[in-house]
Write a protein that binds this ligand. Structure first.
Ligand SMILES: [Zn+2]
Length: 83
C-alpha cells in the first residue's frame, strides 16, 4: 500500500527530510537505521532495527543495557536517575 505524502527537494548536501507524519506514524526517531533500495525511479527506505540502539535516544555507538526487554544507553539511564 503506497500513498503520496508530499513532495520534498534534495538539499545541497543530498539530504531529504522525512515528513513528520511518516516519522510519527512509524515511530522513527533520530539515528534510526534504514536499508535503502532503488527500483528505477523509486527509492525505498526500509526500517532496519538489526543494529541495537537505545530505545530512548537512538544512539548505537554506546554500551547498551537491557531493562525490561528495552535497550537503554548509560546517558539515558543517568538522565532517568536524575528525575
Ligand atoms: Zn539513550
Amino acid at each position: 500500500m503506497q500513498r503520496k505524502l508530499c513532495t520534498r527537494k534534495v538539499d545541497e548536501l543530498g539530504r531529504v527530510v522525512l515528513p513528520q507524519e511518516a516519522r510519527t506514524a512509524l515511530g522513527i526517531k533520530e539515528k534510526q537505521s534504514f536499508d535503502i533500495y532503488i527500483d528505477e525511479d523509486i527509492i525505498l527506505l526500509k526500517i532496519n532495527n538489526d543494529i541495537p540502539v537505545c530505545c530512548l535516544c537512538g544512539e548505537s555507538e554506546v554500551q547498551l543495557m537491557e531493562v525490561n526487554h528495552s535497550l537503554l544507553c548509560n546517558n539515558c539511564i543517568a538522565k532517568i536517575k536524575e528525575i
